[in-house]
Design a protein around this ligand. Structure first.
Ligand code: ATP
Length: 454
């Protein structure tokens, strides 16, 4: 219980920091918000961009066997019929007869073996019924049955239906993958835990096509690759968990699924699913469209439908995990012996929204300001920098600590040579985590910072 309380306290502080510093706001806030939708502010946008860029670099650019695509959100309705989403992409829903809340039947707390409403505590619940999570919409001017389609609930289907086109243009041989990052929409019955379960979110998905005999081995390979990715963006091994889904809980076509989970303050929850989906999706689309989606193996001169392993990650969930993992508070004592609590986001420099703060010691000294501005101009082509001249230098450091900025560069009187030539054209670099400072020549700054964030 104590742990649950400290988890919820921590989460409250994180949510409040996210708003105060401009990571995440409620969507349409001035109109009372829209449940399950969120807007990212300046810092959150940079964080998400860094995450997506690093995923793309790892999954596409650094590999010979993966290419990218960018599919549309709206697709022909038949895609969702063939994939099974129209009939079976549902969650079990119950209504509380007492307080009228709509709830996910599989997430209800139990008391003495009976399911209970988490809102009012009543046991008076309806029988579960299937609720389809896809957002329905109409294409064109008439709102009739023939115009129905859906906002995509996952990005993967665009990859399957374009499989043949991409195979032809990329001229890849098995095994190879197609990667995509994009928005997905699910009309979740109960959006909750901040951005963790949203109605609009982004996914980063790879469909890795292979020969049937390599599927199981590649499932293990991708699990390890994806764990390496999470460690490399700064999530500790201890905070990551692997949950093997029991065969009876897997989708009927899956020959194995792992969930990669993270210890959020509200519990251990899924970040990503890594699933061996066999040839189910391509088969379904080949059958429904009547178009061949097979692969011709030149060696054996045989046609077959490739199998696929799918690592499917959520951008928003991972961004939230990064913020939760980075959040820290510590008591620090200044040189006058005064103690205060410092809030610091210890992002890996790779993920940090702002890489470097640049500060002239005084804002009313023209030489200091000019030199600091020159440093900003020199660095901004390479990384996100932030110029700040207001307030005491200690305050400016604290503001960047809260934003998770790993380095602070201060231009002082030594820099402009007022205390002699020895330290001219050098600056103080302050490290966010240790708060230690060192002196670096301005001309070496870009390389010094660059090598710490690649
Ligand atoms: P859950 O069981 O939590 O609903 P899922 O198993 O249905 O998730 P998948 O269909 O495997 O999720 O989707 C792949 C990834 O997309 C998830 O691991 C998650 O990171 C992300 N994702 C799915 N639904 C949401 C959502 N409602 N909000 C934010 N991210 C989501």
């Amino acid at each position: 219980m104590a742990q649950a309380k400290s988890g919820s306290d921590r989460m409250e502080k994180i949510v409040s920091l996210c708003k105060r510093r401009g990571f995440i706001f409620q969507s349409s806030e001035i109109y009372g918000g829209l449940n399950g939708c969120w807007d990212y502010g300046p810092l959150g946008t940079e964080l998400k961009r860094n995450l997506k860029d690093f995923w793309w670099r790892r999954m596409v650019r650094e590999r010979d066997d993966v290419v990218g695509m960018d599919g549309s959100i709206l697709m022909n309705r038949q895609v969702w019929v063939a994939s099974g989403h129209e009939n079976t992409f549902t969650d079990p829903m119950v209504d509380c007869r007492n307080c009228k809340s709509r709830l996910r039947a599989d997430q209800l707390p139990e008391k003495n073996g009976r399911k209970q409403c988490p809102v009012c505590g009543s046991f008076d619940l309806t029988e579960p019924r299937a609720f389809n999570l896809m957002f329905k919409t109409y294409v064109g001017a008439t709102e009739d049955e023939s115009a129905i389609t859906y906002l995509r609930p996952e990005t993967a289907q665009a990859i399957f239906v374009q499989f043949r086109n991409i195979l032809e243009v990329s001229r890849k041989k098995l095994p190879f993958g197609i990667a995509q990052i994009g928005k997905a929409f699910r009309n979740e019955i109960n959006p909750r835990n901040f951005t963790f379960r949203s109605r609009e979110f982004e996914q980063m998905e790879l469909e890795y096509f292979c020969r049937p005999e390599n599927g199981l081995e590649l499932l293990e390979y991708w699990l390890q690759e994806r764990l390496r990715f999470y460690r490399d963006i700064g999530l500790s091994s201890e905070s990551l968990h692997v949950h093997r889904i029991q065969p009876e809980e897997c989708a009927h076509y899956s020959k194995g699924t792992y969930d990669i989970e993270f210890e959020f303050p509200f519990g251990i929850q899924e970040l990503e699913g890594v699933a061996y989906r066999t040839d189910y999706d391509l088969n379904q689309h080949q059958k429904a469209s009547g178009k061949p989606l097979d692969y011709f193996d030149e060696e054996s001169k045989q046609h077959f439908i490739p199998h696929v392993v799918e690592p499917s990650a959520g951008v928003d969930r991972t961004a939230l995990a990064l913020i939760c993992a980075a959040y820290d508070e510590e008591v620090v004592t200044d040189e006058k012996g005064k103690s205060e609590t410092r809030t610091v986001l210890r992002f890996h420099p790779r993920m940090a929204p702002i890489k470097c703060g640049v500060f002239p010691l005084l804002k009313n000294n023209e030489l200091l300001v000019r030199q600091a501005r020159e440093i900003v101009d020199q660095l901004r082509g390479e990384m996100m920098v932030f110029y700040d001249e207001t307030g005491a230098i200690g305050r400016r450091y604290r503001r960047q600590d809260e934003a998770g900025t790993p380095f602070g560069v201060t231009v002082d009187f030594d820099t402009i040579g007022e205390n002699g030539p020895a330290l001219r054209d050098t600056v103080t670099v302050r490290h966010r985590d240790s708060m230690k400072q060192e002196r670096i020549a301005i001309k070496e700054l870009a390389a010094f910072l660059g090598e710490r964030m690649r």
